[in-house]
Design a protein around this ligand. Structure first.
Ligand code: T46
Length: 132
């Protein structure tokens, strides 16, 4: 089964322009406890490089584009985020890396919990040991 799970958001726009809506436990499959944005990312930056023990997230490129790598320790797959109508569901226990941010990329992430550094696994070897 693919590690890349996209959620398609309906464009509710009309002749005035576009509109997308994100609702907890409707088109977002969890309670939304936190929202954060990554923007003005410097050229050639790689972010992420960690996994979460329990956190679930949906990442949406509100503007511009970027690439995500998801890795479960066995398989590594890449996704491109390039439209507000497409969200990447990032389940817990997946290593993630983000790269190739466009200059205008605004990456919004909806998270199932508040920030908790103890939920992060920031070492790939420790991640492998935790999942296997
Ligand atoms: C993830 C990927 C997709 C906070 O204080 N609160 C927050 O809500 C977040 C997200 C971060 N921080 C602090 C922790 C670090 O001192 O902000 C600093 C930068 O965070 P980090 O290096 O973890 O950022 P990324 O871009 O590598 O990872 C982020 C999320 O942290 C992570 O949960 O899955 O985006």
């Amino acid at each position: 089964m693919s590690l890349i799970k996209f959620i398609e958001f309906k464009n509710l726009g009309d002749e005035r322009g576009n509109l997308v809506s994100f609702e907890e436990n409707k088109n977002i499959p969890f309670d939304i406890k936190r929202v954060y944005c990554i923007y003005a990312t410097k050229d050639n930056t790689v972010r992420g490089l960690h996994a979460h023990k329990t956190l679930k997230q949906v990442a949406i490129a509100i503007n511009g584009c970027c690439k995500f790598i998801l890795d479960n320790g066995l398989n590594r797959e890449e996704a491109i985020l390039d439209t507000p109508t497409k969200g990447l569901l990032i389940d817990s226990c997946l290593w993630r890396e983000m790269h190739d941010f466009s200059d205008d990329c605004v990456l919004m992430v909806l998270a199932s919990d508040i920030y908790d550094e103890s939920d992060y696994i920031r070492d790939f070897q420790r991640f492998i040991e935790a999942v296997y």
